[in-house]
Design a binder for this molecule. Sequence first.
Ligand code: AMP
Ligand code: ZN
Length: 489
Amino acid sequence: MPTFRLYDTQSRSVKPVETQEPGHLKFYCCGPTVYSYAHIGNFRTFIASDLVVRTATALGWRVTYVSNITDVGHMTQDDVADAGGEDKMEKALKSKEGDAFANIWDLARHYADAFEDDWNRLNLQQPTVRPRATEHMREQIVAIQGLIEEGHAYETPTGVYFRVSSFDEYGKLSGNRDQDSLMRAVRAVVQDDNKEHPADFALWKKDDKHLMQWFSPWGWGFPGWHIECSAMSRTYLGDTLDLHAGGEDLVFPHHECEIAQSECLTHSPFCGHWMHVRFLQVDGEKMAKSAGNFYTVRDLLEKGHDPMALRLSLMSTPYGKPANFTMQSLKDAMSTIERFREVEKRVRAAGISESADGEPDTETQRVYDEMLEAMCDDLNTSVAIAKAIEGARLFLRDSDLTTSQAQSAQWFLRKTDALLGVVGGTATESLVEEPVVEGRPISALIQERAEAKASRDFAQADAIRQMVDSAGIELRDGPNGTEWRRKVT
Ligand code: AMP
Ligand code: ZN
């Protein structure tokens, strides 16, 4: 088996992923803040984490994978140490979209559910635990108390703050170690005159007007953003994690603050390996609603794009390199997906059932081994995808597969799907709602057309096809009957 190596932000080098327990990876990935629908950039990060889980599993490891939901709104300016600005979720509730919700809890639940739907449609593995910040308030309060007791935190009239000067190693992840870089990083915004140092960050904000509030030893209020990940990772993974992931914006302050809180609390190293995903751009620019290049996952799926093509396009550039999403990249991904599906069709046509395991021939085994090796090489997805295409090509040379070729192809598809998650797609397809044309579900229209054809009423069959076509749905006749698909706009 190849060695699984990933770039580690802290040591600034590619190094083997080491597990404390042999063959058991303890992995935490920071989840989304649920104040609106997730965009495709968020999913570039979650897909990269998903590929870690899939690669580790392919190596035979067990993975305890924790990915949280931040359903306590953190602040629009949470990158400054005081956590100033407005609560993101309260702001969303006051917006036009917010009218649809009875209250802030309702809004959080709606966007968290929508996030899980997107997660499933893009065929991401279920985390072992998906903890919610609101359901771990006790753990957060206990952690803050522990930090106060040991002199790492102090109370002021507005909240509780972490005393950065009490932790010598503050800055070891981001490099913001000296006073100058630290002051620049926190932008020296001081909103609380009682803070000992501008870089001290909020663990608890006192606020009895806040829409989401809890009672604590410091009165009514809500936790700072960083403490939830320290508290929840400890609950499910213990004091020391093997690997922690997130987007590149989280290096500072979020992950730096997690390290400080956790190490001061547990007196143990917090995490052995840090993985950060470079941001996705769209058409070469930062994604922004104002720039008109902002896509949510559901926008694209509702337009008829295939979830597997979207997944493939979001993972085609290795996670550590700048990635650019374009409509062309989505189209290119679709043609790759179609190759996998064509191989699948030929396997079925050769009489191999969906549940059969299959056996690889030497060449197929070699291509897969190279694919796994590429994934172990810091998740080199561009090489791994090229290998998946090379493998598919082996089975597209002749139109009919022999039984042994079909068995090999079956094995290859299963292994590639387990590793890259882009072949199957059938599990997620059922989540795409069946379209209704002129009041009738597409499956009923397909059936009626088949009957019309069988009774040689071709005019009626054509009329149905045209009606469906003008509703933006294409019908394709194949060996397994007629399939529908939304025409891509
Ligand atoms: P948020 O909901 O803002 O906390 O973001 C959820 C995750 O998505 C975090 O790990 C972010 O770092 C990551 N993220 C946000 N924007 C992008 C982007 N454009 N590309 C890649 N990852 C992103
Ligand atoms: Zn986090």
